[in-house]
Write a protein that binds this ligand. Structure first.
Ligand SMILES: [Mg+2]
Ligand SMILES: [Zn+2]
Length: 176
């Protein structure tokens, strides 16, 4: 079985500017590229799991997300020679305005639908895997999957007092 470095997107891979899809809004967080590179060299699958309710809310479309992710991957390749192995996104939200996406799904974190799909497709052993998120809903989803190491990344000095989560304010503190 494989091990994975699961990453939330907004606030972890890139700075969270709320509902971003424009290429100009892509700013990588400090240390994330180096972490991805090190993890690839240690045979981790790099898998992004992201809630993208901006699609249900009508802020952008699936094709915009896909273009943005292609751009993100191309940026990674040109700077570190690696890209995400895959990204999984939830376009839904119960309060959306686009009917086809506006319902309670089983893939919006803290639900685990996207993680389960990733684990099946990549034959991932969660007991050897790492997750980094910046919201409690991320951590809860990772916890439900029994992911071995769960990091809460925040530069705002927010700490979740829970033995399951490791609070960090710098990506360099992630141990592979
Ligand atoms: Mg986030
Ligand atoms: Zn969903």
């Amino acid at each position: 079985m494989n091990k994975a470095l699961f990453l939330d997107r907004d606030g972890v891979i890139n700075i969270d500017k709320k509902y971003i899809y424009k290429f100009n809004d892509l700013i990588f967080t400090d240390g994330i590229k180096e972490l991805i590179k090190s993890a690839k060299r240690k045979s981790y699958k790099i898998i992004c799991i992201t809630n993208q309710s901006g699609i249900a809310r009508g802020f952008y479309k699936e094709k915009d997300l896909k273009s943005f992710m292609n751009y993100l991957n191309q940026s990674l390749i040109s700077s570190i020679g690696y890209e995400l192995d895959r990204y999984y996104f939830c376009p839904h939200h119960p309060d959306g305005i686009i009917k086809e996406y506006s319902y309670i799904c089983d893939c919006r974190k803290p639900a685990t639908g996207l993680f389960k799909k990733a684990c099946n497709e990549f034959n991932i052993d969660c007991k050897k895997s790492i997750f980094i998120g910046d919201k409690l809903s991320d951590l809860q989803a990772a916890d439900s999957m029994n992911i071995k190491t769960i990091y809460f990344y925040s530069t705002a000095n927010i700490i979740y007092e829970n033995q399951r989560y490791i609070s960090i304010n710098n990506i360099e503190k992630v141990k592979l």
